[in-house]
Design a protein around this ligand. Structure first.
Ligand code: FES
Length: 284
């Protein structure tokens, strides 16, 4: 069992959980994910690692309720435990590998996080910061009330740009518009990393293709085993089938077939809705 040592509500439907998982904490790197299960009836939920503390042996995840499984997980309190916490899974971010450090140091990097995607951007920017690389960060939300992780991000980013769709805080617009505005001011980047809703990553990738900025996206499709066996997380990247859980989760955003990936995600929407309804009605 994996005890929740800290639980913090970031928003009414977004919770941060710091989980005691020493073996995962010992080996994980930014960009990787875990698969968690609340209890024996719980579904397997893939979650990107948002922070880790090797000394304390803890891993931080951020969960948003989108269905019955995440709602059940969110109902756990500090001191309670998750049944399963498997990881680290997937490949670490290429930018956060010691062997690539010299190459990474030459790049001017911008991260674009949207909504929940802001959280997994943090460990990457933090890792780079700790290794002497200062990256710019754009984080976007629908409105001021939905902002979270701003202070954390400020502490590790070179320049932090916060955007809101309704203009209630920071730049009025989204991450794409902020990037375009910076570009129009003459700011140039050699690398973009974007994490967030698939539709956002698609639009960022379209823009960066136009601006000729190589772009990494972090794909988080439906996953089952997380080990490359079931095929649930398959994607088309440059016309080839890839499994997000073992070949990713990070891919070249200019080569991902977003239309196909989004169509696959949509197939599971109804099932999620049914499971949520059953959970709310007290069924397991
Ligand atoms: Fe099964 Fe990736 S989750 S192959």
């Amino acid at each position: 069992m994996y005890q929740i040592v800290r639980k913090e509500m970031l928003q009414s439907n977004i919770v941060l959980m710091e989980v005691e998982a020493p073996r995962v904490a010992q080996h994980c790197l930014p960009g990787q994910f875990i698969i968690a299960k609340t209890d024996e009836y719980g579904e397997r939920i893939p979650l990107t690692i948002c922070d880790y503390n090797r000394e304390k042996g803890t891993v931080t995840i951020v969960v948003q309720t989108i269905g019955a499984g995440t709602e059940r997980m969110m109902s756990l309190n500090q001191g309670e435990a998750l049944e399963d916490f498997v990881g680290p899974l997937g490949c670490p971010s290429e930018l956060c590998l010691e062997e690539n450090l010299e190459e990474t140091k030459k790049k001017k990097i911008v991260f674009i996080g949207g909504g929940l995607g802001t959280a997994p951007v943090y460990p990457q920017v933090k890792w780079l910061h700790e290794h002497g690389i200062e990256a710019d960060v754009i984080i976007g939300y629908r409105n001021k009330d939905l902002i979270f992780y701003e202070e954390e991000m400020k502490s590790v980013a070179k320049n932090l740009y916060v955007t809101t769709d309704d203009g209630s805080y920071g730049f009025h617009g989204n991450g794409c518009m902020q990037l375009q505005a910076l570009y129009d001011e003459g700011v140039r980047y050699d690398q973009c990393v974007t994490i967030g809703p698939m539709i956002m990553m698609k639009f960022v990738s379209e823009l960066t293709k136009k601006l000729e900025i190589p772009t990494i996206v972090s794909m988080n499709p439906i996953m089952v085993d997380g080990t490359g066996m079931c095929g649930a997380c398959r994607l088309l990247v440059d016309g080839q089938v890839k499994f997000a859980c073992v070949d990713g989760p990070e891919f070249d955003g200019h080569k991902v077939d977003f239309a196909q990936a989004m169509a696959r995600m949509a197939q599971y929407k109804t099932e999620e809705g049914r499971a949520k309804l059953a959970y709310e009605e007290g069924e397991t």
